[in-house]
Every structure is written in structure tokens, then in C-alpha cells.
Design a protein around this ligand. Structure first.
Ligand SMILES: [Zn+2]
Ligand SMILES: [Zn+2]
Length: 499
């Protein structure tokens, strides 16, 4: 059977899936040993081969590419190569005469700062039944894993509890996911279309709930909540268990602090309001106050959907989108740790992502805060609004933990990705990280997503039905997948351990 000849005739370039090459992500300027496996014996008639090393972006046109001699022995060829500098290289397989065999495999050489980091795909903005989302947190987690996500933050409107339930749910099932604490804080308080401020911000990985202490809109409501905390702390904590960690005295101090800030803003509103036709000083101040509250709680503060298009079938007096002038002023003041560039707009409105990116650049945020990609998913399996797994952020984290994901965002080791069905993935962010992410999306994440889908399907059965047989299979599969993914780096790395 002339299988190798067949590949040559159809002149097709075969990449991943047919051959297995390890490692694929290597240190720049170091000699590495590679192992190429012809998994399906496509080249059973070929033994001696040449591997041409084609650099993709940095090269000297006058210099011939290096060609490495090696042979397949029982379907495995081994060889050593040094890749000079940080970039993607194509390993092009040729026969011993130098004729191409139609097989290419991409390898990325990295400088030592990026090499030990784990690329993790995640979504830090989604809703569950703890606010106006459809699914319970456990269901959403399984769906997210099915769609290839490594980490999520459940960010219900003015509600911290859904994210804590998700973290708890993950302990009930073997998995390789990370859930972060989160909530979507409405700067104007509890009403969705608040007249105080329409701005939404994410609080990520805070120590405690932030919206809870900002949930009063009048003196009477403030007093009621404060008195409740004073007299019935345990009852209030039944619905908001994170309050127990904070303690009664701190909780009361928090709500007093929130009240004090409100009064300061009211004064500001009196003096400056009305001066600006397309934004109000108090809307601006409420947003800064919400950001301060998030930071006080130890959270990361993310500006949500800055170019959200109006929902015109709702009341447009208390509209929930934000006037552009206010957005511009907020980005100028920049109290944020990250900005949504890829938001949950359906494909027909995807242009708003590009406008968000333009605003980011024109506000001088490059190098200051990273762009992130999220879906704001409210219901998975919806025809127009289900982008779960399509839009996401890739962080480069020192380990698979919430803390490391947070540190990656704080350090700007993060890019935003929008990937509408049937289109190519668009990567937004730092050039160097984007270049590496582009390689990962074409190679590593394809394999990773297949593994994640398998895990997600089983997570759904375990979390929904408490199935113990699936649970033990899932534990084995997670280990297998972790070691498969480690192979891409070739060496055991702490960032790939299941924590
Ligand atoms: Zn929102
Ligand atoms: Zn949202």
C-alpha cells in the first residue's frame, strides 16, 4: 500500500491529528530532543527523512533553512534541533532527496519568561439563576468546560453568591477547572436601569460581596439594612454565607463606609451636576465609588461592555447602556484593572467589539490594563446569545489557580479572543502574546478543547446526577489529559499540575 505516495499526489499539507510531535513549545536558543510519531503509519514505506526547519517571521533570506536527517524506526523518528529565537517554526517533512512529503508541524520557541506559563482559556463574565441567567452554576460550569474553558467567574447582577456556589460545586467532582469569585456590580445600586449610574463593573476575586453593601437607594433602606445586620446578622448570613467570613462588625463598618461615600457623592452631584450635557458628575462619581468598593474588597475591577448598544424594546428613559462621553471620561480616569473589549454582542452586533478596541487604544490604555474577552452569557444553547466558548480570554498563568489567573491579568499577561462560528479567531491585545496565542489556537487549543469537551460531558453527568461511576472515570481522564497537555512542553511543569 503506497500511502505516502497518496499524500504526495494530492499535495495536501497534513498537520496535527495525523502525527504526534513532542515537544511543540520549547525554549529559544537551546538544543531540544524531539520525538515524531507516525501514529497511523502513513509513512510505512519511508524510513530516512529530512526535516526542514522553516522560521516563520525572523529569518535571513540569503541563508538556507537547516535540514535535519533522521529515520523512522517503528513509526518513531528522533532528532535534536536548536531553534534560535522566539517565534513559530514550521517543521517540514521531506524525503531523503529533499522532496516534501506533505506533512508540516508547527513548533513555537519561547523566551524563558513565557515558557513556564500555562495558557488558560476563560470567561470572567456570565450569569446564572442567581440573577437573570438561566442555568444553575453547576450546569453552567459543565457547559463551560464542554466549550473548552479552563476558568470561569460567575458574575451575577449585584450578587456574589452564585460564584461561591460554583466554587463549592467544583469540589464535588473531579475536574481541571477553576472558578473565581465574582459579581457584576451596578455602579448605581440595585436597580438595573438606575438613574444614579448605568455603568456595570465586574468584581473579580474579591474577598467578599460588594453590591450587598451598596444595595440601598434611600436613607430608609440604608437604616433597614444596617439594623438588620445589627439585630439579625445570622439570619442575613444564611442567605449570604460569605458574611460569616467577614464578621458582623466588619459588615457594619462596610455598610457605614458605603453610606459615607454616597453622601460625599450627593454633595458632588449638587455642585457639579448639569454642567455636562452627555454625562453627569454623579454618574461618574458613583462608578469611581463602585470601583473603590471593589478594590477595598480585594477584587479586580473590570469595565463591562463600554459600547453596549441600547435595548430599544425596554424603557429608554432609564436605559442601561452608557453615554459615550461618560465612557470616555471613565477610561481617561481609568480606575479599572481590565477592560472588556470582546463582549457578549451577537454576531450581528460584533462591530461594537471593534469600537471598544478603538476606544481602548485612543484612551491610551496600552500597557496599562489588559483587554479581556467574555460572553456575558445568560443562557447557553440560545440561537443568538450563546457565545460561551466562542469569546474568551487567554491568560498566561504561573499555575492553575485563581490567584495565578488574577496575577496574570494584573501583569497584563492576557489577550482577548473573539471567534464567531465560521470565522477565524480574532485576537486582541499585546502583539507578542497575540502571536503565541495565534499558534496556540491553531494547534494546542484544538487538542485541549477536545479533551475539555469530554471532561465537560462527564462533569454534567456527575454534577447533575451525582453519578459515581462517571466520577471515577473523570478523575482518570483528567490525569490523562493533563499529562497529554504537558507533552506539548516536553518537560514536567508545575503549571500543569492539577491543584
Ligand atoms: Zn452588564
Ligand atoms: Zn452581565
Amino acid at each position: 500500500m503506497q500511502r505516502d505516495v497518496r499524500i504526495d499526489r494530492i499535495r495536501r499539507i497534513v498537520k496535527d491529528d495525523y502525527f504526534r510531535l513532542s515537544p511543540r513549545i520549547v525554549p529559544a536558543n537551546a538544543v531540544m530532543s524531539y520525538r515524531l510519531t507516525d501514529q497511523f503509519r502513513l509513512f510505512s514505506n519511508v524510513s530516512d527523512i529530512l526535516i526542514e526547519i522553516v522560521p516563520t517571521t525572523l529569518f535571513d533570506r540569503g541563508v538556507q533553512n537547516e535540514k535535519i536527517k533522521t529515520s523512522f524506526i517503528n513509526g518513531v523518528a528522533e532528532f535534536n534541533v536548536r531553534l534560535d529565537c522566539e517565534q513559530e517554526y514550521i517543521f517540514k517533512l521531506c524525503d531523503s532527496e529533499g522532496e516534501m512529503l506533505g506533512v508540516e508541524l508547527d513548533v513555537f520557541a519561547l523566551n524563558e519568561d513565557l515558557l513556564p506559563l500555562a495558557p488558560l482559556k476563560g470567561d470572567l463574565h456570565m450569569h446564572t439563576a442567581y440573577s437573570d441567567g438561566f442555568e444553575l452554576p453547576s450546569h453552567k460550569l459543565a457547559m463551560a468546560r464542554k466549550r473548552g474553558l479552563d476558568y470561569v467567574a460567575i458574575t451575577d447582577h449585584n450578587n456574589f453568591n452564585g460564584s461561591l456556589v460554583a466554587i463549592e460545586d467544583l469540589t464535588k467532582c473531579p475536574n481541571r477547572m477553576i472558578a473565581l469569585k465574582g459579581e457584576e456590580v451596578h455602579a448605581g445600586g440595585k436597580d438595573p436601569g438606575s438613574a444614579l449610574s448605568p455603568v456595570h463593573i465586574l468584581s473579580i476575586d474579591a474577598d467578599y460581596g460588594v453590591s450587598f453593601f451598596r444595595s440601598f437607594s434611600s436613607d430608609a433602606e440604608y437604616l433597614e439594612l444596617r439594623n438588620q445586620l445589627e439585630a439579625e446578622f445570622d439570619v442575613v448570613a444564611q442567605d449570604n454565607p460569605w458574611l460569616l467570613g467577614l464578621g458582623k462588625e466588619c459588615a457594619i463598618a462596610e455598610i457605614e463606609k458605603a453610606r459615607k461615600r454616597r453622601l460625599e457623592i450627593l454633595e458632588l452631584a449638587d455642585t457639579e451636576n448639569g454642567e455636562h450635557p452627555y454625562w453627569r458628575a454623579d454618574e461618574f462619581a458613583y462608578t469611581l465609588e463602585a470601583c473603590e468598593a471593589v478594590k477595598d474588597a480585594g477584587g479586580l475591577c473590570v469595565l463591562c461592555h463600554p459600547m453596549w448598544r441600547p435595548i430599544t424594546h425596554r424603557n429608554t428613559v432609564n436605559r442601561m447602556d452608557v453615554s459615550l462621553e461618560l465612557v470616555k471620561r471613565l477610561l481617561e480616569a481609568n480606575p479599572f484593572d481590565a477592560c472588556e473589549i470582546v463582549s457578549g454582542a451577537p454576531k450581528s452586533e460584533a462591530g461594537s467589539n471593534l469600537l471598544q478596541e478603538r476606544l481602548y487604544y485612543e484612551s491610551g490604555l496600552v500597557g496599562r490594563i489588559p483587554m479581556i474577552g467574555i460572553t456575558d452569557n445568560h443562557i447557553a444553547n440560545h440561537d443568538d446569545y450563546d457565545l460561551l466558548g466562542n469569546n474568551y480570554s487567554v491568560v498566561f498563568a504561573a499555575e492553575r489557580t485563581a490567584r495565578a489567573i488574577r496575577e496574570a491579568i494584573e501583569d497584563g499577561r492576557c489577550v482577548a479572543v473573539e471567534h464567531y462560528d465560521g470565522e477565524c479567531a480574532r485576537i486582541h491585545g499585546d502583539f507578542r502574546l497575540s502571536q503565541f496565542a495565534s499558534f496556540l489556537i491553531r494547534t494546542f487549543f484544538k487538542a485541549h478543547d477536545r479533551n475539555a469537551a469530554m471532561e465537560g460531558n462527564m462533569m454534567e453527568k456527575v454534577l447533575a446526577y451525582g453519578d459515581e461511576i462517571y466520577s471515577s472515570i473523570l478523575a482518570h481522564i483528567c490525569e490523562l489529559h493533563a499529562s497529554e497537555e504537558r507533552e506539548w512542553w516536553g518537560a514536567a511543569q508545575s503549571c500543569f499540575q492539577i491543584v
